[in-house]
Design a protein around this ligand. Structure first.
Ligand SMILES: Nc1nc2c(c(=O)[nH]1)N[C@H]1C(S)=C(S)[C@@H](COP(=O)(O)OP(=O)(O)OC[C@H]3O[C@@H](n4cnc5c(=O)[nH]c(N)nc54)[C@H](O)[C@@H]3O)O[C@H]1N2
Ligand SMILES: Nc1nc2c(c(=O)[nH]1)N[C@H]1C(S)=C(S)[C@@H](COP(=O)(O)OP(=O)(O)OC[C@H]3O[C@@H](n4cnc5c(=O)[nH]c(N)nc54)[C@H](O)[C@@H]3O)O[C@H]1N2
Ligand code: SF4
Ligand SMILES: [Mo]
Length: 677
């Protein structure tokens, strides 16, 4: 018997936990703890523990498929690659678009980005970030310079106060939740603000349960109190920020006084004052996630969190800062690698002439690269297909399932039907493959080398633990074969993931000092890491911000997400989110024993009035859709609010929430409920 322990990182969430895959005779038989990981220190959540189970699933794709007479039938690699190359050669750059994938490695995303811009000559490249944390990236850059988390997961334990808003970290990022508890046990005060009293909220020392969508009122109210109590950090503000005077004037308006804010948000004036006092003290860390980013005013919400830390000087030291918890395992990396319509790697803009020249020269395509012009976002791709106004005809999708994850499933299906040619490259025959002309089998995380970058900018290694099923190939190798068949062998001639990584490092200042040798350390390396002797950057902005003049900017926020108005007929505010049992569209978790069926959470007082008890069948009705579910009566949500998990696609949750909010929908729609008798 041959037994191996292969170190790797988790393929699920952006926390980036490490573990060993236990391999017996080329078959993975389990996971084992990797105690030297600074992120998870040997611990894993149930998803990480089970991360090896899907690898050997009999449903894995094992050979290329080509659609003939309406059916997907097995084909050879050579047939599939020749067909794709022929097709892509026929289309103009403006007719092609690409979806890259936060489930794959940095190298795969880089190669896909080079393929889109160098081979197809289009900037129409994007990934599901826009359906998830679209706005996490740019708003933080507006305030501080970098579109990323400012601190580190291990350093959260050093905070004296932790403020969590719009994140159910204990369920969705459990190993970050562990750090919150560690800080609390060491004496930190833990404050949680959320419209629901979730797992995460129920552990808090102070829970601010506010009406969905009133985030800016609440945050401005807290900052108003900090100013009134004269707790702002004047020295920090003077030395390291700009825009304070205008900000101060706006926040001191009477509409943000504790009493007015209490009325608007449902949080007591006393709790607002207490939160202000606790958060102004040195050593406060803020954590947020999709509750903040999925609203109409998500950018303003994030600016407000940045303002708060600038006001108190709680940034630039371990245990302080602003920490967005990113969703998918490598969503940070997919963004860093330029799998977006606006950027090459490391947020170098495609419409910057000098940057454009740099990539054109380095890549050396004899017929040039895509013009210095921003391409379509995923939503614009779908929109242009539906309206028929754009020119799109061909699409290449790697590791995404837009048929289930798009904001509007019928809309996504209608869009994909308009395509003349669709290539889907995945590990399973997902729902999107139903629309494909060619399906290509890819390897999964356990079968490849490569790197991924977690939510705290930590670049970490995957290591190949076993052979892929059947004829499945690495994502980058498949892309390179297509590029070669089209006529671009030289630009895609790498032999390994490490060689691709070196090319990334050579073109990306924030990754310049990272190499596979350095990544052998169990700590990984956190970017920016500009040179080989630079240690990496666990804490950003210790001395300067990454803005042109090194100063951070106060950006006062006044626009608030508009909830649909409730009235006598539709008296409830309906909101959605995740639950601990399922992952995103539920395609994997709903097949497991953890499947729970769909439910609707109703506050106990409302339920009593409507004579509904837990287990009753109820109908939820909005102005343009309805859905049935099992009632779950709870004190976890405020009276007047309803909540349903977003993983149950056939119940069309998104049709219920669409038009009012981006993403799977926070904020709220007005709704009524009926008991089904
Ligand atoms: N109903 C519903 N919709 C949602 C959400 C929800 O909770 N519910 N969440 C929203 C959010 S926050 C997000 S981030 C998006 C996610 O949107 P998507 O990324 O479209 O959703 P996933 O279900 O993660 O699909 C990823 C695909 O990648 C494949 N895959 C996994 N590993 C690999 C690999 O190594 N190589 C290749 N080639 N393929 C691979 C999987 O088989 C799967 O088909 O969905 C959004 N939409
Ligand atoms: N178990 C599990 N874990 C996951 C995933 C999964 O599908 N299942 N998906 C991963 C992905 S892709 C993502 S993006 C992350 C998301 O991670 P989270 O953002 O933590 O996910 P949710 O629980 O959907 O939403 C967070 C919180 O927002 C609150 N909320 C609702 N309305 C509002 C509002 O108006 N304002 C504020 N401030 N909060 C509000 C909800 O009550 C909820 O507690 O999770 C990742 N981890
Ligand atoms: S917290 Fe996230 S990265 Fe860590 S084991 Fe769980 S799913 Fe994997
Ligand atoms: Mo996400």
């Amino acid at each position: 018997m041959n037994l191996k322990y292969v170190p790797t990182t988790c393929p699920y969430c952006g926390t980036g936990c490490s573990f060993f895959l236990v391999v017996r005779d080329d078959r993975i038989v389990g996971v084992a703890p990797k105690t030297r990981s600074p992120v998870n220190e040997g611990k894993l959540c149930p998803r990480g523990m089970a991360a090896w189970e899907f690898v050997a699933s009999p449903e894995r794709l094992t050979q290329p498929l080509i659609r003939k007479n309406g059916e997907l039938v097995p084909a050879t690699w050579s047939e599939a690659i020749t067909l794709i190359a022929e097709k892509f050669r026929q289309y103009q750059p403006s007719e092609c678009c690409v979806l890259s994938s936060p489930r794959t490695s940095n190298e795969d995303n880089y190669v896909m980005m080079k393929f889109a811009r160098g081979v197809l000559k289009t900037n129409h490249i994007d990934h599901c970030e826009r359906l998830c944390h679209a706005s996490i990236v740019d708003p933080l850059a507006d305030s501080f310079g970098y579109p990323a988390m400012t601190g580190s997961i291990p350093d959260l334990a050093k905070a004296k106060c932790i403020f969590v808003i719009g994140s159910n970290a204990f369920a969705q990022h459990p190993l970050v939740g562990r750090k919150i508890i560690e800080a609390q046990r060491s004496g930190a005060t833990y404050i949680c603000a959320d419209p629901r009293k979730t797992f995460t909220g129920s552990q808090a020392d102070l829970h601010l349960q506010f009406h969905a969508g009133t985030d800016i009122m609440l945050l401005n109210g807290i900052m108003h109190e900090i100013l009134i109590q004269k707790r702002e950090n004047t020295e920090f503000i003077a030395a390291r920020t700009k825009g304070f005077d205008e900000f101060r004037e706006k926040i001191l308006q009477p509409e943000y006084s504790a009493n007015t804010v209490a009325e608007a948000t449902g949080v007591s004036a006393e709790d607002i004052r207490t939160a202000a006092e606790l958060m102004a003290a040195p050593g406060c860390s803020i954590i947020y996630s999709s509750g903040i980013t999925k609203q109409g005013s998500s950018a303003e919400n994030i600016h407000s969190l940045a303002n708060l830390q600038l006001l108190t000087g709680n940034i630039g030291r371990p245990g302080t800062g602003v920490h967005p918890l990113r969703g998918q395992n490598n969503i940070q990396g997919a963004c860093d690698m330029g799998a977006q319509p606006f950027y090459f790697t490391g947020y170098q803009r495609v419409d910057d002439a000098a940057v454009h020249k740099k990539f054109e020269t380095a890549w050396n395509f004899s017929d040039g690269i895509a013009p210095a012009k921003i391409g379509y976002e995923i939503t614009e791709m779908m929109e242009s297909l539906i309206s028929g106004e754009g020119e799109l005809k061909a699409m290449y999708i790697m590791g995404e399932n837009p048929v289930l994850s798009d904001l509007d499933i019928n809309h996504a299906k209608a869009a994909l039907e308009q395509l003349e040619f669709l290539v889907v490259q995945d590990i399973f025959l997902n729902e999107t493959a139903g629309f494909a002309d060619v399906v290509l089998p890819a390897v999964c995380f356990a079968e490849r080398d490569g790197t991924q970058t977690n939510t705290e900018r930590r670049v970490q290694r995957w290591h190949k633990a076993c052979e892929p099923p059947g004829e499945a190939k690495a994502d980058w190798e498949i892309i390179a074969s297509i590029a070669s068949a089209i006529g671009y062998q030289n630009q895609f001639a790498w032999k390994s993931y490490a060689e691709i990584f070196d090319e990334i490092a050579s073109l990306t200042p924030s990754y310049a000092g990272i190499s596979y040798d350095r990544l052998a350390s169990p700590d990984g390396v956190q970017w920016p890491c500009p040179s080989m002797n630079h240690p990496g950057t666990p804490t950003l902005y210790t001395e300067n911000f990454a803005t042109d003049d090194g100063l951070a900017v106060f950006l006062p926020a006044e626009r608030q997400t508009e909830n649909e108005k409730t009235d006598q007929e539709y008296p409830f505010l309906f909101t959605t989110g995740r639950c601990i049992f399922h992952w995103d569209t539920g395609s994997m978790t709903r097949k497991s024993s953890a499947n729970t069926g769909n439910w609707l959470e109703i506050n106990a007082a409302d339920a009593k009035r409507l004579e509904i008890v837990t287990g009753d069948a109820v109908r939820l009705i909005t102005r343009d859709a309805e859905i049935s579910a099992t009632a779950r009566i709870t004190e976890e949500i405020l009276p007047g609010t309803l909540f349903m998990p977003s993983h149950y696609v056939e119940f069309t949750t998104k049709e219920l929430v669409q038009n009012t909010m981006p993403g799977t929908g926070c904020g709220g729609r007005s709704a009524k409920i009926e008991k089904i008798i």
